[in-house]
Design a protein around this ligand. Structure first.
Ligand SMILES: [Zn+2]
Length: 415
């Protein structure tokens, strides 16, 4: 009887224990969604937590908006630069998606679909201002432009998609490119999500395709991983952890441990970014950093505040890594290959200088012209060769005399 009661008590404890575990598991579970599950074109417009650009899986449209301000020239080569960078970025996103079993298809090519290209005429000079009133004014002008000039619902229907983002390109220089994403709790973030991309950094270097990809990823829920953000739950310890352990992630921006190129992207979408895109439903990092969990996949919404976690403003240092030299004003690229070539060139110049100075000194000492110096050098060579041959004969003579004076050596060898 006592044994039965004991067994029952043990069973009860086990059930409670398992129940407790299940509750914990549910707390970290988050649904992984795909584009095919987001519904018919335009069906949930204005209601999805993800904003206009939903899941980076399946098909989405990216509309191009060329911004014409008073300083814009928009040469053919500028538009080509945009087209090339968009291709590198979109191809890259498709490749990265495959690694996570996702089929990323972005419709963006305005040379094929000319109805996806727009021109926004902006009365003011943008002049690279990415902060302050001027920048804010531009952002609201873009929102208004999209709202009043682009028939988004018609585009969604035509391309049979339920996900759309807008790429605004500025023919100018600036210190940063930005993405304006829908945030559930902030009403001033509109539903239409767009990127603001300058063609060049301050100083004149082109913005490379890695930045295009980085900004597009924001539209689909990717977080910046290089600074703390209380809203997103990105704490100082977590940011440091990512910096140390996922240092190739494209969302680390200039802190990433890879080189930026104008014709390829070498950074990765790591598991951390894959989670924010809704490509992964679980990260083992949740155990250590539970505050990083997103409320909805592929969206920006306020996370539960955790007491005692450090969210103080903090940005990881830009790294000087295998060619990525970043400054506040923009980016100066000096790759490893270029450094090696430069060192080789310097060594070659030093060696050449030594040879030339030696021959110069010789000519000077012996007062010879070039032909005489050449003959002199050849005679030196011949003399050296003779000396060498002489040494070899002498060596052979020594061996012969050694053998003849000690026949045992020869006997030994024959046995
Ligand atoms: Zn960013």
């Amino acid at each position: 009887m006592l044994k039965n009661k004991l067994s029952l008590a043990l069973l009860l404890i086990l059930c409670l224990f398992l129940g407790g575990c299940k509750k914990d598991e549910q707390a970290v579970t988050y649904t992984e969604l795909t584009q095919s599950e987001v519904g018919e074109p335009g069906s949930d417009w204005g209601k999805s937590a993800t904003g206009s650009a939903k899941y980076l899986d399946g098909t989405s449209v990216l509309v191009t908006i060329y911004l014409d301000d008073v300083n814009s020239l928009w040469l053919e080569s500028d538009e080509q630069l945009v087209a090339d960078n968009m291709k590198f970025a979109c191809d890259y996103l498709a490749e990265q998606g495959k690694l996570y079993g996702k089929e990323v298809k972005l419709i963006y090519d305005t040379s094929v679909d000319s109805d996806l290209a727009y021109r926004l005429s902006y009365k003011d000079a943008f002049a690279g201002s990415t902060r302050g009133d001027k920048a804010e004014q531009l952002v609201y002008s873009v929102y208004d432009y999209i709202e009043n000039n682009i028939d988004t619902q018609a585009i969604l229907k035509k391309y049979n998609v339920n996900s759309i983002g807008y790429m605004v390109f500025i023919d100018g220089e600036a210190d940063r490119c930005t993405a304006y994403c829908y945030q559930l709790e902030y009403r001033d973030y509109y539903y239409n999500e767009f990127c603001l991309i300058n063609l060049r950094w301050n100083g004149g270097h082109n913005v490379y395709p890695d930045t295009y990809a980085h900004e597009i990823l924001h539209l689909f829920g990717a977080r910046d991983l290089y600074y703390t953000d209380k809203y997103d739950g990105l704490s100082r310890p977590f940011i440091d952890y990512v910096y140390e352990n996922y240092d190739t992630d494209i969302m680390l921006g200039s802190g990433t441990n890879v080189v930026a190129y104008e014709n390829k992207i070498t950074s990765d979408i790591t598991d951390i970014t894959a989670y924010y895109l809704g490509w992964l439903s679980y990260l083992y990092e949740f155990e250590e950093y539970p505050h990083i969990k997103s409320k909805y996949p592929a969206s920006f919404s306020e996370v539960e505040k955790v007491i005692g976690v450090d969210f103080m403003d903090y940005t990881v240092e830009a790294r000087k890594l295998r060619g990525g030299y970043y400054t506040d004003e923009g980016r100066f690229i000096m790759t490893d290959e270029k450094i090696s070539a430069l060192i080789a060139l310097i060594i070659a110049i030093i060696m050449l200088a030594c040879i030339l100075s030696k021959s110069y000194r010789m000519k000077k000492i012996y007062n010879m012209n070039s032909k005489q110096y050449k003959n002199y050098k050849n005679s030196l060579k011949r003399q050296k060769a003779k000396e060498k041959a002489g040494r070899q004969y002498a060596k052979q003579d020594n061996i012969i005399s050694l053998y003849s004076s000690n026949p045992d050596i020869i006997d030994d060898k024959e046995e």
